[in-house]
Write a protein of this length. Structure first.
Length: 445
């Protein structure tokens, strides 16, 4: 969200309706209210633009005509999509969906090399729709625990999750009502997105939040005891009106492995400061962003494993160290899988707990899958864990046909005139049927 002085047409301004009732002092507002007013002001300007509304209606009409056209070939529809949608996440989703539908429509589905080469996926794509970008920004700078936000966005319209999150973010019932209204609008806009775009918004928002943390303080050394820089204090307060309560609820997905020793020193100093606080003091110690993120990891990542007393703490610490060494995007993917897993909280059988751990590691890509295979070979780990984690050698989520094709070296692609359906996936591989230029038989690659 832009500052009030920004010249962007989507930035909020002091004269906007959403901020007309704001108190004169910013200190009177909780971060939740500030965040909600900025979000509502931005969406109000976006949805009030006649030009953008006309553009959206025209795009939707063109896409409907493309998808519903009778007698058009796959090549024609893909060409028309490229003309209507610029390189973006939205184009990747539409093109990949059309190609996969054609590939798996019948037993003889094939895609030609020319078609695949003409429709490469956009790498490191961003949204082309302003509303999707605003939702992504709102998730990135959400001033509360992410394990409250994600279930709220996925919830039904008739539940109380928006109210619960609003109370978590604010200081008074009046503020909570204002934030609740903003959260309901955010949820309604989020649920209008296609499922792949919903997953993109959540994953990118959380990974951007994690990547922000190296800029919140010098990584070389921790601040002196008693010194709290304003940016770090703001980030710590962003998990709610009471930092300790928010951290206990799972914390905020806001940290990075790049903090290194600074994060460990900050954690030690926070603990020292808490122990030195007067026993009668009701003021909770201010937790650093690194401390909050480590608590989120303990609750949402290691919590399901810790429920099984047979898993040694040394294995859990090894898992945590490997997780913190992963890039922010992989950390976000695993943490998001933990938050959304149906068996991650509450009562679960040993087999269900093992399934949670397997699914979390599967979400982390090649490195996490290799970690799962290492754990599967550790005799200290219970047998049902070793059995499920070992199955990751043979199972994984497949890539779309365009993604898989363009992951192949160009020298290999030149030898494949036709690509067939996926036969299976592994931890580091995906196998497809293929026709080769130097063989009349159908092969696998």
């Amino acid at each position: 969200f832009s500052s009030p002085s920004s010249s962007s047409p989507l930035s909020s301004s002091p004269s906007s309706p959403s901020s007309s009732s704001a108190p004169s002092s910013a200190a009177d507002l909780s971060l939740g209210v500030v965040w909600a007013r900025h979000m509502e002001a931005a969406f109000s300007k976006l949805e009030g633009s006649a030009l953008l509304r006309a553009k959206a209606r025209l795009r939707d009409r063109l896409l409907a005509e493309i998808m519903e056209a009778q007698g058009s070939t796959l090549e024609e529809r893909l060409f028309q999509l490229r003309e209507v949608i610029p390189p973006s996440v939205e184009r990747n989703v539409l093109v990949g969906g059309l190609m996969d539908a054609a590939l798996y429509s019948d037993e003889k589905g094939w895609l030609s090399r020319e078609l695949l080469e003409a429709n490469p996926p956009t790498l490191q794509a961003s949204p082309c729709e302003a509303a999707t970008t605003l939702l992504l920004t709102a998730v990135t700078f959400f001033p509360g625990a992410v394990n409250r936000l994600v279930p709220m966005l996925r919830s039904r319209d008739d539940d109380s999750s928006c109210r619960d999150v609003a109370l978590h973010l604010t200081k008074s019932p009046e503020d909570a009502q204002e934030v609740e209204s903003a959260l309901e609008g955010m949820r309604a806009r989020f649920q209008k997105l296609a499922p792949p775009l919903q997953s993109f918004v959540l994953h990118e928002g959380i990974s951007q939040t994690i990547a922000i943390l190296p800029h919140l303080g010098p990584p070389e050394e921790a601040p002196e005891e008693g010194e709290i820089d304003a940016t770090a204090a703001t980030a710590a307060a962003a998990v709610g009106p009471a930092a300790a309560e928010a951290a206990a609820a799972g914390g905020s997905a806001a940290a990075s492995a790049g903090l290194g020793s600074w994060g460990e020193k900050a954690s030690e100093k926070a603990s020292e400061k808490a122990s030195e606080a007067p026993s009668g003091s009701s003021e909770a110690p201010l937790l650093r962003p690194w401390d909050l993120y480590k608590r989120a990891i303990d609750v949402d990542l290691l919590g399901p494993m810790r429920r099984d007393a047979r898993i040694p703490e040394t294995v859990l610490e090894q898992t945590k160290r490997v997780f913190l060494a992963l890039p922010p995007r992989l950390q976000a993917r695993i943490l998001l899988a933990a938050i959304e897993h149906p068996h991650a909280r509450g009562e679960a059988t040993p087999e269900e707990q093992a399934q949670v751990v397997r699914d979390l590691l599967s979400a982390g890509g090649v490195v996490a899958v290799k970690l799962a295979q290492m754990i599967a070979e550790d005799p200290r780990v219970p047998l049902h864990y070793r059995t499920l984690l070992g199955s990751l050698r043979d199972e994984n989520e497949p890539m779309s046909a365009p993604e898989m094709w363009h992951a192949l070296p160009a020298t290999i692609r030149r030898r494949i005139p036709m690509l067939g359906r996926c036969l299976g996936t592994g931890s580091v591989k995906q196998v497809h049927l293929a026709r080769m230029v130097d063989s009349p038989e159908t092969s696998s690659i």
